[in-house]
Every structure is written in structure tokens, then in C-alpha cells.
Design a binder for this molecule. Structure first.
Ligand code: ADP
Ligand code: ZN
Length: 604
């Protein structure tokens, strides 16, 4: 069996070898076993069900919530010669009927179905009379009621096990935490499934979290310095900010489109299609965007606001660099983010349990932002991988921050808050510490309290950083019901009494992004390729663009950048030369081989 699977991988998909646990998973499912697959985004989950579906008798049924992406998925399979189709609400009755007929006649390897469609009487009855090779439950974390991708229809998927007990099921997700995993197993009745848990490390992604000064401009600097002409995603918290940021980037010469749930569905679909099909669009979006987006060459994911949890942050940043080439995860974060997120939790209508859970997740996110150790190690250990070493590819590893004993400054801050009766917000407290002469200080006679001016040697930004870390570490809370006034918490007491030492990262002035070694698509290829190969690569890219337009598919469906680069290096003068290149399977060789060999020859 293993041999047949490897043969398919090479001839159909054009890849020389399986990655990680792919071979074991495929083997297990081919033999009829159930599987739960946890693999990071870009890890290669799709092949884990596509190859067994092709090798087992019958049609493989893929359940996915992502209707908008089914067309591209099916087109990509058609390009390599796999017989695939989808059933969803975008089709006419006639179109669906034709697909159903093919399923009955055993003429399809794979069919993608939305969960609500699958649950209809008609569809379940259809499945009763078709030979089925397997059920693949993609984005399986959608069964989790705690996650932000919850889909009620997913819970009903346990019916598959009851009605089709002999059909193997493979559930897949890129969400790594234990709670979600347990929920998937119990809700989908996967107690007997073999679990395949891959490392969640994404070594090609560089993590960076910068101190927020002026988020939008910092973002612009970053993009201009490192990501000219690249595709990327910028996440913002609110719809309004999404629109403002998209407009701001566009005005500054960066082609950006907005995406959020409040936009007209037609506009949303159109923007998503442009992002997928064009080479260098920046999508500015709320977290409503991105699930299942398998565009491989997203070169950066930027967060202008603090995500609610590490799970969310990791899922969102994971959309960068699926092709394995270098990519950036960049975030700007400041005091205001902490205040805003805490307020959102406090003011939500949810019950106390849920709020506590959210609050815990936010604390974990803050700890990541403030850590003085490797970000990647921190992330991985959050997901249970505790044995990783400093990575050398995150901001902390590249420019280690300096930790200092912040016990005394924290005491100064806490005592200033106490002396103004815990009735004032950040701005005033910092003015008191810095000994400023303001109307409010005179009005309240705060120049007479003992902490007035004891912190005049520190800048306002520095004090904000100390305050932010004090909130992150839990000594101070913000009271939203009384003008964001700062309050001391129970844990402030041991600090004030000198019983508890405080460590913080030393404040560093935000630096303007410098033109540094870029890791954009263009540069990556330029760094790698000889002058001759570079010319071939550019020509191949232009050819691909034209071909993709003719076929009405995204460019990456024709060939990935990595494949074009390999072709350029191989400089093939015959179909035989082209055959061995990773990403060139038999069907693509037959379809495009001649054109490519001709194009390459004309340049030599
Ligand atoms: P996931 O669904 O886990 O996010 P995909 O299935 O979309 O990931 O795979 C990510 C990328 O890696 C795809 O472009 C896919 O073609 C490629 N890929 C998967 N498996 C292999 C392999 N064994 N060799 C080379 N490329 C692979
Ligand atoms: Zn690191």
C-alpha cells in the first residue's frame, strides 16, 4: 500500500517524498482506520485524505465549512488530474444532479460538501447508495463551542459514525490546544481514532512584536522596508479600523483591500478573489477573514491590535509562508490594547466562567508580548512542546531585550496610584510621577504628595511601558466604570512591601524600520538564483499569470513559486529534464511541459 501511495504522490502531485507523518497517516486511513490529525497550517494535511480517497474504493467525502474556497480546491485537483467536485448552495439544481450522478457511478475520487448540505435527508440517502472511501472532516475545530470558528452544524457530524460505521473518518485541524482536541474527540466520537500530532513549529516564520507608537505608520514603514510587492494580511480588531487602514495603505501606494463581516457579501467575495488571484494584494481584515485560505505565498501577517488569545494569534500568523519560504509575523502592541481587551471581556454579556476563561487567555497573550525569552519557544511550550531551544528567528533571539529589576519603579508606580486614591487614569498618574505642572495637578494639589516627581528621569513612553507590564503582570487593574482609573490589585501588596521582586524588559525607543535584508518573494528568488535563472524565473512568472487568467484559476494553482524557481534552476531542455522537478506531476507535464521547455529554450 505504501508503495502505491508514494507512487501517486510522485506521479500525480509531482512531489518526491512524504513530509513528516503524512505516510503513516495515509497508510492508517487506507487500511480503514480513523484518524485525528493535528498539523500546523501549511503542514500538508490535504494529501492525508486525498491520497487514501484515490486509493480506496468509492468517493472520498470532504466536509468543509468553506464554501467560497471549494471551487479553487476542485480546480487545483483538476489541474493534477484528480476527479473532484463539490456540492453546495452556490450550484443550480441541475449542476448538483450531475455531480450526484457521477458519485453514484463511481466517477469521482473526491467530493467537497458543506456540513449543512451533508445533513440534508437527500444527501444522506445519496451517501447510503454510493460507495464511500472515507469521510474527511476538515477544520475539525469548528465543533468547539469555545473557539471563534464554532459551526453548530459540525456538532451533528457524529451522525456519520452512526450511519456509516464502516467508513473511516479522518478529522483534521491546525488548532493545537488540548481542550479543543478533547472536544473534537468527544463530539465526533473519535475515541478510537489514532492521533497524529505534529510539531507545531513553523520555522520559516519570523515572529516580531513591537512597541506600539503609531501603529499605522509603523506598519507602513515595515511594509515599505520589507514587503514591497508582496501579498499579506493585516488584522485589525474593528471594522472601522479595517476600512481606515486599507484606505491609508492604498493612499500610500500599497494596494490594499478591506474584509469584514459588515461588508456586502458581493464585495467580500470579490476582495477575497482578488487577494487569491493577484500576486501582491494586502488584505486588511478582521478575524472573519482567513480560515481555509490556502494561498501559499502570503509573505507576512501583521496584527495592528492585540489578538484575544495565543490560539488566535498562532492560527492567524500561520497563514503566512505555507510554501515554506521565509515569512514575517509582525505585531504592534501597546497599553491601549491591554485596556481595550480587558474592557471587552468585562463588558461582554457572557457568564463568569466564560469571562474567566477569556481573561486567562488574554493573560497568556500578554505574557507572550512581554516575554524576555524566545517567542517561538514560548509559543511552542504553550502548545505543550516544552523542549525547544532559542530559535534564532524571532525578535527576542535577534535583538535580545535587556531585563532589569523593576521592583523599585513598580513600587513608585503603585504608590503613586495609591496616593491619588486610585481615582485617576494612566495619563494623570504618569504626570504625577514625572512632576508635571498641569491644571489637574494644581486643582487636586497633587504636587504635594510624596511620589510627585520621583520618576522625572523617565520619559512618558517609558512609564507607559512600565505601567503596561504591571497590568500584564497583574498588579494593577483598570476600572472602566470610573474613567479608566487605575486600581491596585491584591498582588500589588507584596510588591509594595518589598516581599516580591519584579522583573521587566527595559524600555527601548521604537526604531524606524530600516531597509533591511528583505524576505519578499522577489528578493528570495534573487538571492537564490543566478542571473540566467532569474531571467527564466521572471519569464515563467509572466507565463503563469497569463495561463492562470486563461484557466480562470489562481496563479499558484498552475505552479507554486518554488516550482518555478526549481524549473529555472534546472533549465530543462526536454520533457525528461522537467519530469523530476518537485511540483510537476504527470498531468501538468502533459499540459504545460511543451510550453515550458519551449519558453526556456527560447531564452538560452
Ligand atoms: P494544510 O492544509 O496542512 O495547511 P496543505 O495541504 O495546503 O497544508 O499543504 C501545504 C502546501 O504544502 C501545499 O502547497 C502542498 O502542495 C504542499 N505539500 C504538501 N505535502 C507535500 C509533500 N510531501 N512534498 C512537497 N510539498 C507538499
Ligand atoms: Zn527565538
Amino acid at each position: 500500500m505504501k508503495h502505491a501511495a508514494l507512487d501517486l504522490l510522485q506521479t500525480v502531485f509531482g512531489y518526491p517524498a512524504f513530509r513528516g507523518s503524512q505516510a503513516d497517516i495515509i497508510d492508517h486511513v487506507i487500511q480503514g482506520g480513523d484518524a485525528l490529525v493535528l498539523m500546523p497550517t501549511g503542514g500538508g494535511k490535504s494529501l492525508c485524505y486525498q491520497i487514501p480517497a484515490m486509493l480506496r474504493n468509492g468517493v472520498g467525502v470532504v466536509i468543509s465549512p468553506l464554501i467560497a474556497l471549494m471551487q479553487d480546491q476542485v480546480d487545483a485537483l483538476a489541474e493534477v488530474g484528480v476527479r473532484a467536485a463539490f456540492l453546495n448552495s452556490t450550484q443550480t439544481f441541475q449542476q448538483a444532479l450531475a455531480i450526484e450522478q457521477k458519485m453514484r457511478k463511481g466517477e469521482l475520487d473526491l467530493v467537497y460538501v458543506a456540513p449543512e448540505r451533508l445533513m440534508t435527508q437527500r444527501c444522506l440517502e445519496l451517501l447510503e447508495i454510493c460507495p464511500i472511501s472515507l469521510f474527511a472532516i476538515d477544520e475539525a475545530h469548528c465543533v468547539s463551542q469555545w473557539g471563534h470558528d464554532f459551526r453548530p452544524e459540525y456538532i451533528k457530524l457524529s451522525v456519520l459514525h452512526e450511519r456509516f460505521p464502516h467508513v473511516p473518518r479522518i478529522a483534521l485541524t491546525a488548532t493545537a490546544d488540548q481542550a479543543t482536541r478533547a472536544e473534537i474527540i468527544s463530539r465526533l466520537q473519535l475515541e478510537n481514532a489514532l492521533q497524529f500530532v505534529s510539531s507545531f513549529d513553523r520555522p520559516n516564520i519570523r515572529y516580531r512584536i513591537v512597541e506600539k507608537a503609531n501603529g499605522k505608520h509603523q506598519l507602513l514603514d515595515f511594509l515599505q522596508a520589507e514587503h514591497v510587492d508582496d501579498a499579506g494580511i493585516v488584522y485589525c480588531l474593528s471594522r472601522k479600523k479595517v476600512e481606515e487602514t486599507a484606505e491609508f495603505l492604498t493612499q500610500n501606494g500599497i494596494p490594499a483591500l478591506p474584509y469584514h463581516a459588515g461588508l456586502d457579501i458581493a464585495i467580500r467575495t470579490q476582495n477575497q478573489a482578488r487577494f487569491l488571484r493577484e500576486d501582491s494584494i494586502v488584505m486588511v481584515a478582521t478575524i472573519a477573514f482567513g480560515m481555509g485560505i490556502d494561498k501559499p505565498d502570503v509573505r507576512f501577517v501583521a496584527h495592528l491590535d492585540l489578538p484575544k488569545s495565543i490560539e488566535g494569534y498562532y492560527q492567524e500568523t500561520g497563514r503566512a509562508g505555507r510554501d515554506g519560504a521565509p515569512a514575517n509575523a509582525w505585531m504592534s502592541y501597546g497599553l491601549q490594547d491591554v485596556v481595550q481587551q480587558r474592557r471587552m471581556i468585562d463588558e461582554s454579556e457572557a457568564d463568569e466562567n466564560y469571562k474567566r476563561l477569556q481573561s486567562g487567555k488574554l493573560d497568556a497573550m500578554l505574557a507572550l508580548c512581554e516575554t524576555i525569552h524566545c517567542r517561538r519557544s514560548h509559543l511552542l511550550s504553550y502548545f505543550g512542546e516544552t523542549d525547544s531551544k532559542p530559535c534564532g528567528n524571532c525578535d527576542v533571539c535577534l535583538h535580545p531585550p535587556i531585563a532589569f529589576d523593576a521592583t523599585v519603579v513598580t513600587q513608585q508606580l503603585l504608590s503613586a496610584i495609591y496616593r491619588v486614591d486610585q481615582r485617576f487614569a494612566a495619563g494623570h498618574v504618569i504626570d504625577v510621577l514625572r512632576g508635571m505642572d498641569t491644571d489637574r495637578i494644581r486643582q487636586w494639589r497633587h504636587e504635594q504628595i510624596s511620589t510627585f516627581g520621583i520618576g522625572s528621569d523617565r520619559s512618558e513612553a517609558e512609564w507607559r511601558a512600565i505601567l503596561r507590564q504591571s497590568i500584564a503582570q497583574g498588579y494593577i487593574s483598570v476600572d472602566y466604570d470610573s474613567y479608566n482609573s487605575l486600581k491596585l490589585t491584591e498582588t500589588a501588596r507584596p510588591v509594595l512591601k518589598g516581599q516580591h521582586k519584579v522583573q521587566m524588559r527595559r524600555y527601548e525607543k521604537p526604531q524606524k524600520a530600516q531597509k533591511q535584508k528583505r524576505i519578499s518573494n522577489k528578493d528570495y528568488s534573487e538571492a537564490d538564483l543566478s542571473a540566467g535563472a532569474r531571467l527564466i524565473f521572471e519569464k515563467l512568472r509572466a507565463w503563469r499569470m497569463e495561463t492562470a487568467r486563461l484557466h480562470n484559476v489562481p496563479a499558484y494553482v498552475i505552479f507554486h513559486d518554488a516550482t518555478l524557481r526549481d524549473i529555472a534552476t534546472a533549465n530543462p531542455s526536454s520533457l525528461t529534464d522537467l519530469r523530476g522537478v518537485s511540483g510537476v506531476g504527470e498531468k501538468k507535464l502533459a499540459t504545460y511541459g511543451e510550453q515550458i521547455v519551449e519558453l526556456v529554450s527560447s531564452l538560452n
